[in-house]
Design a protein around this ligand. Structure first.
Ligand SMILES: Cc1cc2nc3c(=O)[nH]c(=O)nc-3n(C[C@H](O)[C@H](O)[C@H](O)COP(=O)(O)OP(=O)(O)OC[C@H]3O[C@@H](n4cnc5c(N)ncnc54)[C@H](O)[C@@H]3O)c2cc1C
Ligand code: SF4
Ligand code: SF4
Ligand code: SF4
Length: 584
């Protein structure tokens, strides 16, 4: 008996399957049951893997894992009810889900999705369906156990694996095998688990053992694959090409699939049910007030781009830009966070006499890594201020002091929220405008995703048996935090800092400081470079002068580098959708 996706879509349907199996078993039949994953699970895992390889956002993986857990727990409660088996099933599901989380997190960090990872993840939908179905059958009074593919090999149940793959080419299947008068055996099969227990290479297409000296081999992403015949090799080569193409297309900002509309708009509940997506694509229907994909998606992006709730234009995501660059300091000894461009630009402007001072942020001498906003008036003070401190710095107070001290040309460095404060001072007739009319402020914005409380960072560092006073540099990127102490670098998952994240940052939607004269960030460009957006005419001129005068080296930002910034900017905008709900 073979049960595909729709017949095991949820708890109710699983129960129906189990009852059917029971009735056949009671009639003395010899049964092999093959089952798929719960509804949409395999697709969702693979989609998430693609997103993880592209965006590298661990927090997003966590959200996905929470949904996956909810779906499987709900199916268990719905089908098995609350009895003795339920707890065991849930424990097993949680262990499987943890493995998926680890794999997806790894993909986030590596930024690539290999065939082997796809293969590995493909089987997990079935590996989770297996314990539920097995427990459910047990709860109906029939002895039943489930095994991994590797375990099944050890138990010599080879024929069922082979037969299944002969019948259904593809990965990630689960077999329920029930000879008469014996317990049901449920087998989730994955190619890698088979390889664990055999010395012979396995053809990834037909799953048969192949002699290592087979003439049919392919080399893909650092690994040699062995094939049974030319046909298998051709299938694999086509698939490998396809994966490379899919990866490229995912990087292409124009290729956006329905999955993204579902994730950003439909799932968080901000779809306005206007029906525009369904009207423009035969693969989408409105099911009640919800758009649903019912046919193939070519990732043309039309539904996403025309949805009234998405933000898709470059200007909508990062504000208006005069020109984007990749840049780095051309000065000796600048220890910048990324390319040291902010520091070098300030150094140029100060030495050129364009500035009276700059409002920058340095580390407290008494309390290491506590941010202290200061008025820098010398080259050395500017140099000392290089580097990022991932905590709110009260920069406006220092700016106010500078104005009160009679400074007239002031550069101001801060993340988007600080730049917005300056912007508002100039825009609001009810604010401090009269005071700030006395000074000319040059706002330099830092890209920003989050900040963390000083005490939180301190606690986190202490939990790693380190002291903040010994940490020379701190860098947050690609979902990790890197701490440098002498010649050692300690790397941790950024999600470990979640409890200390500033709550205000959850509500913030501006990544790139759209109201700055120039914005600077690390995302997009390689290590040691800064992404620079010149925005105002003044910003453009001064940046170019600093380049011409040999303070900064620069080149145009490449399209793929810009795409990375746009992706992160989009992520910051949509993350808020999941948080904000209008109160009744
Ligand atoms: C809290 C925070 C979060 C950030 N998040 C991201 C991000 O998610 N993605 C990304 O691409 N870039 C982010 N950045 C920007 C990035 O870290 C670099 O500041 C930027 O790329 C410029 O690098 P640079 O080497 O040219 O700057 P540098 O030459 O090193 O100059 C950095 C300047 O920033 C000032 N500064 C440091 N900490 C603060 C602070 N807390 N408040 C105000 N000013 C400060 C310094 O005084 C100095 O003037 C963040 C920066 C901060 C401060
Ligand atoms: S276009 Fe957007 S808002 Fe309109 S129905 Fe589709 S998802 Fe919902
Ligand atoms: S409009 Fe394009 S991206 Fe959207 S569902 Fe249809 S084919 Fe997919
Ligand atoms: S995320 Fe927003 S609120 Fe938080 S520090 Fe950055 S700019 Fe300010």
């Amino acid at each position: 008996m073979k049960f595909g996706g729709t017949s095991v879509a949820d708890g109710k349907k699983l129960r129906h399957v189990a009852e059917l199996v029971k009735s056949y078993h009671e009639n003395g039949n010899q049964i092999v049951v093959v089952t798929s994953a719960l509804g949409g699970v395999t697709d969702a895992i693979l989609e998430e893997a693609h997103e993880a390889s592209k965006e590298g956002k661990v927090s997003r993986v966590k959200e996905f894992i929470a949904d996956l857990t909810k779906q499987h727990h709900a199916a268990t409660h719905e089908s098995v009810g609350d009895n003795a088996s339920t707890e065991d099933i849930i424990a097993e599901l949680d262990a499987r889900i943890e493995e998926i989380e680890k794999a997806l997190t790894g993909i986030c960090y590596l930024g690539e999705l290999t065939l082997r990872s796809i293969d590995y993840l493909s089987s997990y939908g079935e590996r989770m369906a297996a314990p539920i179905l097995s427990g459910l059958i047990r709860s109906l009074g029939i002895e039943s156990s489930h095994f991994t593919g590797g375990e099944s090999y050890k138990k010599q149940i080879r024929f069922s694996i082979h037969d299944y793959y002969m019948a259904t080419p593809g990965l990630g299947v689960m077999i329920t095998y029930a000879p008469p008068c014996t317990p049901l055996i449920i087998l989730p099969i994955a190619a890698d688990s088979i390889q664990e227990v055999t010395n012979m290479p396995i053809d990834p297409i037909c799953k048969r053992e192949v002699p290592p000296d087979t003439p049919y081999t392919s080399y893909h992403e650092g690994r040699t694959y062995y094939f049974h015949d030319t046909e298998c090799k051709k299938k694999f080569d086509d698939m490998a090409k396809n994966i490379v193409r899919v990866k490229r297309s995912l990087e292409d900002k124009k290729k956006i699939s329905f999955g993204r509309l579902r994730k950003d708009i439909i799932k968080p509940g901000i779809c306005a049910a206007c029906g525009a997506c369904a009207a423009s694509c035969p693969s989408i229907i409105m099911e009640g007030e919800k758009p649903k994909l019912v046919g193939p998606c070519t990732a043309c992006g039309i539904c996403y781009n025309q949805c009234p709730r998405t933000i898709t234009t470059e200007e909508g995501l990062v504000g208006s830009i005069r020109h984007p660059y990749a840049a780095r300091s051309a000065l000796k000894g600048v220890k910048g966070q990324d390319g040291g461009v902010v520091t070098s630009l300030l150094a140029y402007a100060l030495e050129e006499g364009l500035l009276d001072c700059a409002i920058v942020t340095v580390k407290s001498e008494d309390d290491p890594w506590r941010p202290v906003p200061v008025i820098a008036t010398t080259y050395d003070e500017i140099m000392e201020s290089a580097g990022s401190i991932y905590t709110h710095s009260m920069t406006i107070q220092a700016l106010m002091n500078a104005v009160l001290q009679g400074m007239r040309s002031i550069a101001f460095v801060g993340p988007p929220c600080n730049i917005d404060a300056v912007y508002k001072i100039y825009k609001s007739p009810y604010g401090l405008l009269h005071m700030f009319m006395r000074a000319n402020i040059f706002p330099l914005g830092l890209f920003c995703m989050d900040t963390f409380s000083h005490e939180g960072i301190e606690e986190f560092v202490a939990s790693k048996h380190l002291g903040l006073e010994d940490i020379e540099s701190m860098k947050i990127w690609r979902g990790k935090i890197e701490l440098e102490k002498g010649s050692e670098t300690f790397v941790y998952d950024l999600s470990e800092l979640d409890p200390y994240r500033s709550s205000s940052c959850k509500y913030c939607t501006d990544l790139t400081a759209r109201h700055a004269a120039i914005s600077f960030g690390g995302v997009g460009t390689p290590d040691g470079w800064t992404t620079v957006f010149t925005r105002s005419g003044r910003g453009y001129e001064i940046f170019h002068e600093a380049v011409e005068m040999g303070y900064i080296e620069s080149r145009d930002l490449e399209e793929k580098e810009m795409a990375r910034v746009l992706n992160l900017a989009r992520m910051k905008k949509v993350q808020k959708y999941g948080i904000i709900r209008r109160e009744k």
